[in-house]
Design a protein around this ligand. Structure first.
Ligand SMILES: C[S@@+](CC[C@H](N)C(=O)[O-])C[C@H]1O[C@@H](n2cnc3c(N)ncnc32)[C@H](O)[C@@H]1O
Length: 409
């Protein structure tokens, strides 16, 4: 099934360049032209593009200037990132967030005992003792409103000092929002910069599934490099260029941010062009990115225990389990997706890979069966370096990305 006649590519659906803010597994940032070519083959006039599994919001970043976007993902952090590409942050530039946070952070850092800090040079044994003392903050009682990261994550992906800064920046954003000095778009913009600072100061490999242990001098030295990286410096470095991008590029086209399960999102849609990029693999995004979800929700979640022990990754107990990552549920999950798209009279562009949880040919057959004769169904392929974030010891693997297109006749 190749592109049917009468569906020419229009050269106008070209993505804009946009700043990426977090490292995200399966990001489509590098194949947006290919996806844009797909959008150009369906009729998108006067219809929103729905990014049903938006993740790090590549669709909003790339196409938010030419089409109304409804950006959805079950993870709330996705809407926060999408907001930075879709909603103007008009007020936050009036405030020096780091300056405001520093009075909170410096005072708290001064109360940490000196043996919690990471010196530039130390022995492996002393380094691991410092790590342990940082991690033990989980058992300490705090009487301040904003201590979630300091308590839950000190000595994991970040040091206690870095966590204090993360909490302090979140506290400043909360205070500005609740005093009405900034709007939701500004708050989301600030949180996006904070998630960026978290990503680039974390000692992990680009996600939060596992933090690394210092096993020898080399790993200690690498971990310590991140331990000693400044959260406020990385936050500030991103803030100004991202804000100028936002203010020069964001166009108010009535975009919407949604944080729902894809089935619920589909039931409330007008006729749309739906872009679906569900997970391909058995690993749950909620495990890899739980710390982003927690900085956004800031809800002091119950953490997962196993055999009476706190799980090393300190995951939220309520993290989402996606049917697209569970072999016995994946076919049913796609069936519900196709039926939901069809019920809303929408067109579908579905990204999937030749390494997915369901065979790509079976998936195309399933789409053709469910959409039936009222739709034309075809697919396009592209070779793509898929980011795996070190999951299989490699950082990227050559996979073939398919775009399955179902267009209403
Ligand atoms: C492959 S990623 C999307 C990447 C995105 N296109 C990008 O370029 O950044 C898949 C996304 O599906 C989301 N997801 C998984 N199950 C979901 C569900 N039941 N409903 C909505 N979103 C879901 C995950 O949170 C994840 O962000």
């Amino acid at each position: 099934m190749s592109r049917p006649q009468g569906s020419p590519r229009t050269p106008t659906f070209a993505p804009r360049s946009y700043p990426q803010v977090v490292k995200y597994m399966g990001s489509k940032a590098s194949i947006l032209s290919f996806i844009g070519d797909g959008f150009a083959t369906v009729d998108h006039n006067d219809k929103p593009i729905v990014d049903l599994f938006a993740g790090a919001a590549a669709i909003s970043g790339g196409f938010g200037h030419i089409n109304r976007i409804i950006s959805n993902d079950i993870q709330q952090y996705s809407a926060v990132v999408a907001s930075t590409y879709l909603k103007r942050a008009e007020k936050i530039g009036q405030f020096d967030i780091v300056e405001l946070a520093s009075s909170i952070a410096l005072e708290k850092i001064s109360t940490l005992s000196s043996d919690m800090h990471y010196p530039a040079e130390t022995s492996l044994e002393s380094f691991n003792e410092i790590e342990k003392r940082n991690r033990e903050l989980i058992y300490r009682e705090f009487d301040t409103t904003h201590h979630l990261f300091t308590r839950f994550y000190a000595g994991t992906w970040w040091s206690a000092e870095q966590c204090i800064w993360i909490d302090a920046i979140r506290e400043v954003l909360d205070a500005l929002l609740s005093a009405g000095k900034i709007a939701d778009a500004d708050f989301n913009f600030g949180l996006t910069c904070l998630m960026h600072a978290m990503a680039y100061t974390s000692q992990g490999t680009g996600h939060y599934a596992q933090f690394r242990d210092a096993k020898d001098a080399a790993s200690m030295s690498d971990i310590n490099k991140y331990r000693r990286t400044s959260v406020p410096a990385i936050f500030s470095k991103k803030f100004s260029p991202l804000l100028s991008w936002n203010l020069s590029n964001v166009v108010d086209l009535g975009h919407e941010l949604v944080s729902s399960d894809y089935i619920d999102c589909l039931t409330s849609l007008p006729r749309s062009v739906i872009y679906a990029d569900p997970p391909y693999a058995f690993v749950h995004y909620s495990r890899f990115y739980h710390a982003m979800e927690t900085i956004v929700k800031y809800d002091y979640p119950a953490l997962q225990f196993k055999g009476g022990q706190l799980v090393k990754g300190r995951y939220r107990i309520d993290r989402h389990q996606s049917p697209f990552c569970i072999k016995s549920q994946v076919q049913g999950a796609f069936t519900s997706m196709f039926e939901g798209v069809k019920d809303s009279n929408s067109d579908l562009l579905l990204s999937y890979s030749n390494t997915g949880m369901i065979d790509i040919d079976d998936l195309i057959d399933l789409a053709a069966t469910i959409f039936g004769s009222r739709y034309m169904v075809w697919f396009e392929n592209i070779d793509h370096d898929h980011k795996t974030m070190g999951r299989r010891g490699d950082h990227s693997r050559q996979v073939q990305e398919s775009l399955i297109i179902a267009k209403k006749r």
